[in-house]
Structure formats: structure tokens, C-alpha cells
Design a binder for this molecule. Structure first.
Ligand SMILES: Cc1cc2nc3c(=O)[nH]c(=O)nc-3n(C[C@H](O)[C@H](O)[C@H](O)COP(=O)(O)OP(=O)(O)OC[C@H]3O[C@@H](n4cnc5c(N)ncnc54)[C@H](O)[C@@H]3O)c2cc1C
Length: 524
């Protein structure tokens, strides 16, 4: 961290412009905003919480005029140091109150929403109009915001068919470091609406996946489509990783699945991949509520819960997919095609997991494991053809660290996802016994926190850090790429000079003094 600048004039100016209540300096709030799922940084000097879009612009302009570094934060549900402060004299810019849904235009097929709106709130509003986004959120969407996800680059709901979050964006309003803003896409002039992305060079692209380093998102416009009438989950067990990749690739290529997830056997057994996902009974009620009887009555739900518990014994890898259709004939046809794709590779299993996932897509997931561990999810998106070699590399890494993994009780289940027809996301998640920080306590139920160690597990953390960088190197050596770059993934390491020069020139235009999320994307 750099030497402490004089922050007082900046904070006073922010209080005058936004109201004293919008500038929070208590140590607990500053600490929570300087911690993420993985770890904690030195606290910011204040959390600035604009209540509307105009206040957001003012906050950015005033903070930079006074030399304060700005670390934008949406829901705070990331784990790549993305919004953690990297220098002193800084504010956390909390966008969560800038959250209005500005326009749902079902006829023209778009919605414009302020960046601090969560995916859950947006989807609930869209459901009333019978429409949905194409990419329609990460599983963390109970807390995660549209602005955070578009800045991170996210995937999950809708990704099987429509790809990652940026592919759903039609345009944005972006705030520059001086507090002025502009629109990308077809918007931005009297008489023009944000209905189309490609009007000349695509100015939206550079701000998708920028980790907030290139500008602050004020609004985002997303493409809409009609909501499907029928939804059906399918689950398959696969004997080995090779079959799992072949099966998931073949399913992806059918273009019929909206979501496609895979798990290692260990992940299914430990039931740790998404904390809370297996709270069967609660979820079974949700299935009943959400499915309108489509999945059957209570007896069927109980059978699903039991089957879900049993089927983990039957395979080494698991694939879960969701198919949507507007009528039974279309659904049956699509299911037949998907089944055909995995023929000879996988075995049908009860479809508990995709059914539960779609019944309650935005569960308020905790940020520690039910067994009282901290977690660090890592990921790479790989070509299908390089995935088996990468998996072999992960197996070798397990062997290399076997003693430490056993000694410190580290476990590394993995989750997979296909991205449209052309990408395979491999997500190892490291879990280890450790204490809880303030952020963990705020976003996890007390019973999970009670199961955590009282003291920091310093030695285990060292091993986790070493594994973290080995896994990142392994992903790069197999040509993998990342979403969620934040301040973790070494984005600039394998970019060409031309790419870096262009990126830096955009940064210099948007943020000449380097005050917006310094360190993110590897930019100072
Ligand atoms: C239990 C759990 C489940 C998860 N599931 C998924 C999943 O299914 N898919 C997935 O992709 N990820 C998932 N994640 C990771 C993460 O939640 C998502 O990437 C999510 O999109 C982050 O959104 P957020 O609003 O919390 O962003 P934050 O963590 O608040 O911020 C993320 C980045 O965006 C920047 N930012 C935030 N708002 C703005 C803005 N208005 N303007 C400019 N920059 C901004 C921040 O500076 C930071 O760099 C999960 C995480 C957890 C803990």
C-alpha cells in the first residue's frame, strides 16, 4: 500500500454533495467492504453509497478530483480481489442502491436497468411480463448485481445456449473518472433507444469483463426473449473424465440445453460445490412452489430428494442439463436429441439437481461451506480438445501436494460448465478449515460460522496460496482464459504489446490518473 494521502477534504466534499448518511466511515462497514469470499485487505477509508444515478456520477467526479482511489462494488460476491482496495486513500463505491429497473420493453426485446440491481430482482420483474434475459444471471444472483456480473464476466443461467454475460448486453451508460458519462450501442442521442448493440465499432465490448477498471457502469441494457413454458432437467452419470467431456461436448453441440453443469464425484459426495444447494427439504418445497405441479406432487419430491442422495454412488462424474420448450412435442424432441448425444457415454440418473437448481435459481448462497471451511473457487475456460490434458495436470498437482492436502485437510472438488457450443469451464474449488472474517459472518448462517475455527489457519493458507498460483499457471499452459480477472488472474502476462497498448490508451482516456479500481486487470 502507498503512503496515506489527506482524505479529509474529499470525504467532506462527498458528504456535502451526497448527504452525510451516504458516506459511511465506521470501521465494521469499511472492513466488510474490503473483504471478499477469499480474503481480507487493508480497509478502505469510507464506503460511499449513492442513492441514485446522479449521485453515483457526482460521487465518482468528486472522489477523483480529490485524488481518492475508487473501488466499485456491487453485491460483493466475488473472490478474485476484484473490489478489494490496493492502495490507501480509497473509497469503496457501493452501487447497490442505484438499482432501478428503468424500462422493460417486451415489444422491442430489451430491458434497461441500473447497475446495482440484482439478478433476482430483475428476473422477478421480467417474469411478470413473460420475458427473460438470454444470459439471466450467476447462481449468486440473490446478491450479485448486473453491474458486478457484467464487469466480472459471469456465466451460469442461460449459458448453455447463449454464452457468458457480455453476450447478452446491448449497451451501457458508462461513467468516466471525471464523473461525466456516455452511452455505448445505439443509445445516446435524442430519438435513439438502446435496442441495438452493433452500430459501427462495438464500444460496449471493452467495458464487459473490465473488472470495473475502465469505467463505472451506471446502466446496462440486456436483450430479452419470451420465457419458455416447459422446463425439464436431465442428469447423467459418467464413468471417467474423458467420457464426461465427450458427453458434455456432444450435448453442448446440440444447442438444445440452456444450462449444462458437471461435477466430480467428490464434489457431489461432499455436497460442497454450492453451499446450501442440498438443503433438500427446504428446496423440495421450492420445487413444488415454482413448478406449478409440473414436477409432480409431494411424494414425487420426496422421491427426488432420496434419489438425489443415492445417485452419488453410481458414477465418477455427473452431468446435469436443463432443456426448455414451449410445448410437449418440442420438449420430447429436444430430450431425445440430448439423450442421443450421450448414448454410450453416460447413464441416466434422477434429475434432482437440475430440477432443484431451476426451482430456486437464486438461492441466498452462503460464502463458507456447511462444514465450516473457507473456499477459493478458481477457474479456466478451455477448449474441449485440451480439457482432458488439463484434468491430468490437476491430478498430478493433487499428487504433488498430497502430503500438505492431507495435513491441512484441504479438499478440491471441481465443477464444470459448458459455454454455448465452444467452451468448457473447469472450476476447482479449494476448501480448508479456517476462521471467519466479517464478510463471511455477514453472508453466512450462524450455524456455518459456528463450525469454523476460532483462529486463522495461517499454515493452510500458505498451501492454498501455493496451489492457487500453480493452478493458474496450469490453466495458462493449456491455453485457458478467464472470466472474473479482478486483481488475481494475470491478464497482461500473455497479451501482445499491441493489445496492451490499446487497452492502456482506453484506460488513459477514461481514467487518466489511474484512480478507478487500480490494480484490476493488472493496470496500475
Ligand atoms: C455462492 C456463490 C455462487 C456463485 N455463482 C456464480 C455463478 O454461477 N456464475 C458466475 O459467473 N459467478 C458466480 N459467483 C461469483 C460472483 O458472485 C459473480 O461473478 C457475480 O457476477 C459477482 O457480482 P457482484 O455484484 O457480487 O460483483 P462484485 O463482487 O461486487 O464486483 C465484481 C467486479 O465488478 C466491479 N463492479 C461492480 N459493480 C460495478 C459497476 N457498477 N461498475 C463498474 N465495476 C463494477 C467490481 O469492482 C469488481 O471488479 C458465485 C459466487 C458465490 C460466492
Amino acid at each position: 500500500m502507498t503512503a496515506m494521502p489527506n482524505i479529509k477534504p474529499g470525504l467532506e466534499a462527498l458528504m456535502r454533495a451526497l448527504g452525510a448518511e451516504a458516506v459511511i466511515t465506521d470501521s465494521e462497514t469499511c472492513a466488510i467492504h474490503s473483504q471478499d469470499v477469499y480474503r481480507e485487505a487493508e480497509p478502505v477509508d469510507a464506503v460511499v453509497q449513492p442513492q441514485d444515478k446522479d449521485a453515483l456520477k457526482k460521487a465518482v467526479g468528486i472522489a477523483t478530483q480529490h485524488g481518492l482511489a475508487i473501488f466499485p462494488r456491487g453485491g460483493g460476491y466475488s473472490y478474485s480481489d476484484a473490489y478489494l482496495p490496493s492502495r490507501r486513500g480509497s473509497i469503496s463505491l457501493d452501487t447497490s442502491k442505484v438499482n432501478r429497473i428503468i424500462e422493460i420493453n417486451a415489444e422491442d426485446g430489451y430491458v434497461t436497468v441500473e447497475a446495482g440491481c440484482t439478478w433476482k430482482v430483475l428476473d422477478d420483474a421480467l417474469a411478470k411480463e413473460g420475458v427473460r434475459g438470454e444470459f439471466w444471471g450467476p447462481l449468486s444472483g440473490h446478491f450479485a448485481t448486473i453491474g458486478g456480473s457484467i464487469s466480472q464476466g459471469s456465466l451460469s443461467l442461460g449459458t448453455g445456449k447463449h454464452g457468458v454475460s457480455s453476450e447478452a448486453v446491448l449497451g451501457m451508460e458508462i461513467i468516466k473518472a471525471d464523473g461525466t458519462s456516455f452511452h455505448t450501442g445505439s443509445d445516446g442521442q435524442a430519438g435513439k433507444s438502446p435496442f441495438f448493440r452493433n452500430y459501427g465499432p462495438d464500444l460496449t465490448g471493452p467495458f464487459c469483463g473490465d473488472a470495473g477498471a475502465l469505467g463505472i457502469k451506471a446502466t446496462v441494457t440486456l436483450r430479452l426473449r419470451q420465457r419458455a413454458k416447459l422446463t425439464q432437467g436431465l442428469s447423467f452419470g459418467l464413468a471417467d473424465f474423458d467420457s464426461a467431456v465427450k458427453g458434455m461436448n456432444a450435448i453442448a453441440k446440440t444447442g438444445r440445453v440452456t444450462e449444462s453443469f458437471g461435477f466430480t464425484r467428490y464434489a457431489m459426495e461432499a455436497a460442497l460445490v454450492s453451499p446450501g444447494l442440498w438443503h433438500d427439504l427446504k428446496l423440495m418445497y421450492a420445487v413444488g412452489r415454482a413448478s406449478n405441479g409440473f414436477f409432480g406432487g409431494l411424494g414425487q419430491m420426496v422421491r427426488m430428494a432420496l434419489a438425489g442422495r443415492r445417485f452419488a454412488n453410481q458414477a465418477q462424474f455427473f452431468a446435469h442439463v436443463v432443456v426448455e420448450a414451449d410445448n410437449t412435442q418440442e420438449l420430447k424432441g429436444a430430450l431425445k436429441i440430448v439423450h442421443g448425444a450421450v448414448k454410450g457415454l453416460g447413464k441416466d440418473l434422477p434429475n434432482t439437481m437440475p430440477t432443484v437448481m431451476r426451482a430456486e435459481p437464486f438461492m441466498p448462497y452462503a460464502v463458507v461451506s456447511p462444514l465450516g471451511q473457507r473456499q477459493l473457487p478458481l477457474h479456466g475456460i478451455l477448449q474441449f480438445s485440451k480439457t482432458v490434458a488439463f484434468h491430468d495436470g490437476m491430478t498430478a498437482l493433487h499428487e504433488k501436494y498430497a502430503d500438505d492436502i492431507a495435513k491441512y485437510e484441504i479438499i478440491i472438488p471441481a465443477m464444470f460448465s459448458t459455454v454455448s457450443t465452444h467452451g468448457f469451464l473447469y472450476e476447482p474449488v479449494l476448501y480448508w478449515p479456517d476462521n471467519a472474517n466479517d464478510f463471511h459472518k455477514k453472508y453466512s448462517p450462524q450455524e456455518m460460522i459456528d463450525g469454523m475455527r476460532p483462529e486463522p489457519n495461517v499454515e493452510a493458507r500458505k498451501v492454498v496460496e501455493a496451489l492457487r498460483w500453480e493452478i493458474v499457471d496450469l490453466i495458462h499452459s493449456h491455453g485457458g482464459v478467464h472470466l472474473q480477472i479482478g486483481k488475481t488472474y494475470p491478464y497482461l502476462r500473455d497479451r501482445t504489446d499491441e493489445q496492451i497498448t490499446l487497452l492502456k490508451s482506453i484506460k488513459a482516456q477514461m481514467d487518466p490518473d489511474g484512480l478507478i479500481n487500480p490494480g484490476a486487470l493488472g493496470l496500475g
